[in-house]
Design a protein around this ligand. Structure first.
Ligand code: SF4
Length: 275
């Protein structure tokens, strides 16, 4: 069995930046024992686990926090939460990805120009929650603007836009806010799907962009497995397969991908010997 690995893997720019910010903050003596991350700083349990060992405390709210630094995750946070942190005079450390921030700016501009803003994305995801907070009360306007969660798939986005075309509007503005890294990983996944008959998608089960890659594989009808670590791999996944493709999400460390590839090779060898 051949193994094909996507040519682009490892942390994206925004994830790398958020991890660096967290590590820097943890090293500052005034933040010893009181560095918090509001939600998972990135959506990868293994990386968050490593940061926790270095002292980062993941919290779901700031009500019980009296002092220290609160890091906003790469996905951003609602204005309400940011105001609360400032009001409590906690150190606000903003690790929001600049590409996510760019979408915030687009929303602010559209709002001040009176557009009704449609967001295509997962309502429960922190990035979308923050955007919804910026949109506020829905404007009664027939000028519509549509934006996407940065990790949305192009196909989903286009479907959403097609639905909007059927509505009544005087103007419809479409912004492509899917980040380049996301689009690139999705394109590489589609390429591998042309030659592989089994796909392994590596990344946090809570990672939106990783789950999206897995859905792309499933939609093609190819046997696909979303795993977080090599320990989840099973020999039967590769039985009677000619080519295994390996892709990973934007918050998956390179080392995890390497371990997964090593394990697939070992399983392959074991299977050959057992024949
Ligand atoms: S996937 Fe894109 S938007 Fe999200 S953190 Fe990475 S670079 Fe930023």
């Amino acid at each position: 069995m051949r193994i094909k690995i996507a040519s682009h893997s490892g942390f994206c720019f925004g994830v790398k930046r958020a991890i660096n910010i967290a590590e820097r903050t943890l090293k500052e003596s005034r933040h010893t024992n009181n560095t918090y991350s509001l939600g998972s700083i990135i959506h990868n349990p293994q990386v968050v686990g490593d940061l926790s060992k270095k002292g980062l405390k993941v919290i779901s709210g700031i009500n019980n926090i009296k002092k220290g630094a609160v890091i906003i995750s790469s996905h951003g946070a609602t204005i309400e939460v940011i105001e609360k942190i400032k009001k409590k005079r906690l150190d606000l450390i903003d690790a929001t990805c600049p590409f996510v921030k760019n979408v915030h700016n687009i929303v602010r501009d559209l709002k001040s120009s009176g557009y009704r803003i449609v967001i295509i994305g997962d309502k429960k995801h922190p990035e979308v929650k923050a955007l919804l907070g910026l949109v506020g009360r829905e404007a009664k306007s027939n000028k519509i603007a549509v934006i996407s969660q940065t990790t949305q798939s192009k196909d989903n986005y286009l479907k959403g836009v097609a639905g909007l075309l059927k509505k009544d509007f005087s103007e419809l503005r479409i912004f492509n806010t899917i980040c380049n890294d996301t689009a690139h990983r999705q394109a590489l996944t589609r390429d591998l799907l042309k030659e592989c008959d089994v796909m392994v998608v590596v990344g946090g089960k809570n990672s939106a962009n990783t789950r999206r890659l897995w859905h792309i594989c499933k939609e093609r009808g190819v046997d696909s497995y979303h795993i977080e670590t090599d320990a989840e791999l099973k020999e039967e996944y590769f039985r009677r397969k000619g080519c295994a493709g390996v892709v990973s999400g934007a918050s998956t460390p390179d080392e995890l991908v390497k371990k997964v590839v090593k394990k697939i090779k070992e399983l392959n060898l074991k299977r050959k010997r057992g024949k």
